[in-house]
Design a binder for this molecule. Structure first.
Ligand code: NAP
Length: 361
């Protein structure tokens, strides 16, 4: 694979720091440029971060002295130096939409962690193992934007990265009709730590703004199909969700109840999970887990602290599959929200798009 020069937009944020860490040794992607808000412009990465570095590994030395650009004002200078950008910024949605579209129109592909473009019909929202074919919409988007290379591709919300992967391989054969899910979400999903959010110690907050809507609607785009120049969301499975913030640093857990058109046996479900594999695995993409879905037989697994880092935080852990009195089955899923659910998922998506040729010049 050729080497790509990449920029991180929102490099000082929680997700941006993850990108910096994950890309430090990446075999295909070399970070050559960092950008954030006008507040950070002209400062070195180390200065702009101040005490905000919250990764467990050290700030990559090759990035510490890079001088930050202003993502908006310096767009021309930025896009002239990189092959594509990763983007994770905290700005109003309409401003993010404009910013990402402007990068795409400057012929710089945008791999985005932001939600602004998730429901733009010709913007693919990709979980690489589940819907890699949605990248086929990119030529349609390029035609709309009038670009040769530029496009925006987004990753989905972090909450659904635990339960949708487990449902996906079951849906094809058994038809998942109804899903009820309760998520138990880590504080890093709000860009916080226990130091910056002390109210979360010994506490559960039963509200995460906008999260239940995202957890119900975004899966339908992932289950959707390409038709008439758009990705049309599926009408099934139907999702209902409750999302709770729990006192956990990293790792989103989900308790799932599912009803099927054709109820499978427990063994059939386990077989589907065991054998599920997709392009990231066959193409051996650098950040792909070898086994995407890991099933744990023990009644008290998966546990957040024990399994969130499985396969570099890129695998999904599943457990407690059993029959239910109202739905057909219930089970529990776990994924790392800032790795698989955020920066790691975006890096894997970029690897997929590079493999598919969408990042070529
Ligand atoms: P964060 O820690 O608050 O960081 C925000 C970043 O945005 C900083 O780099 C900040 O730069 C930059 N920024 C703010 N205003 C800007 C502007 N006007 N122009 C350019 N850059 C600007 O946020 P985060 O948790 O990393 O989240 C970033 C995005 O990823 C959000 O859209 C969020 O919804 C999404 N996301 C987060 C997670 C997660 O697990 N945390 C998961 C999935 C998706 P300065 O330092 O210069 O202010």
């Amino acid at each position: 694979m050729k080497q790509f020069k990449v920029g991180i937009i929102g490099a000082t944020g929680m997700v941006g720091q993850r990108f910096a860490t994950l890309l430090a040794e990446h075999p295909w992607f070399k970070v050559v440029l960092l950008a954030a808000s006008p507040r950070s412009k002209g400062k070195t990465y180390r200065e702009a971060l101040g005490s905000r570095w919250s990764m467990t590994t050290a700030l990559p030395e090759n990035l510490a002295d890079l001088v930050l650009y202003d993502a908006g004002a310096d767009l021309g200078e930025i896009t002239a130096q990189v092959d594509f950008v990763f983007c994770a910024v905290d700005m109003p949605k309409d401003e993010i939409k404009k910013l990402e579209t402007a990068y795409a129109q400057a012929e710089c592909p945008v791999i985005s962690n932001n939600s602004a473009h998730r429901f733009t019909p010709d913007v693919p929202m990709i979980v690489p193992e589940l819907n890699p074919g949605h990248a086929d919409i990119i030529p349609v988007q390029r035609a709309r934007l009038g670009t040769k290379r530029g496009f925006v591709a987004v990753k989905s919300n972090c909450s659904l990265q635990s339960y949708v992967p487990a449902l996906f391989p079951l849906h094809e054969e058994f038809g998942v009709e109804d899903v009820l899910v309760c998520t138990y979400q880590a504080i890093s999903g709000a860009g916080k730590t226990f130091e910056t959010w002390p109210e979360m110690n010994d506490n559960v907050i039963p509200f995460i703004g906008g999260e239940e809507e995202k957890s119900e609607q975004e899966p339908l785009k992932i289950f959707g199909s390409l038709r008439d120049g758009a990705i049309i969301s599926a009408s099934e499975p139907r999702f209902t969700a409750q999302c709770l913030r729990v006192p956990v640093s990293n790792g989103h857990m989900a308790a799932v109840f599912a009803r099927f058109k054709n109820k499978p046996t427990k063994e059939q479900i386990l077989e589907k999970w065991r054998t599920f594999s997709s392009i990231p695995q066959s193409a051996k993409l650098p950040n792909a887990p070898k086994q995407f879905l890991h099933y744990f037989e023990e009644d008290n697994m998966p546990q957040t602290r024990l399994q969130r880092d499985l396969e570099g935080g890129m695998a999904v852990s599943v457990g407690r599959l059993r029959e239910d009195t109202q739905y057909d089955y219930k089970f529990v899923c776990l994924s790392h929200n800032t790795l698989r659910g955020a920066a790691g998922g975006a890096v894997l998506m970029a690897e997929l798009l590079a493999h598919q040729g969408y990042l070529d010049n």
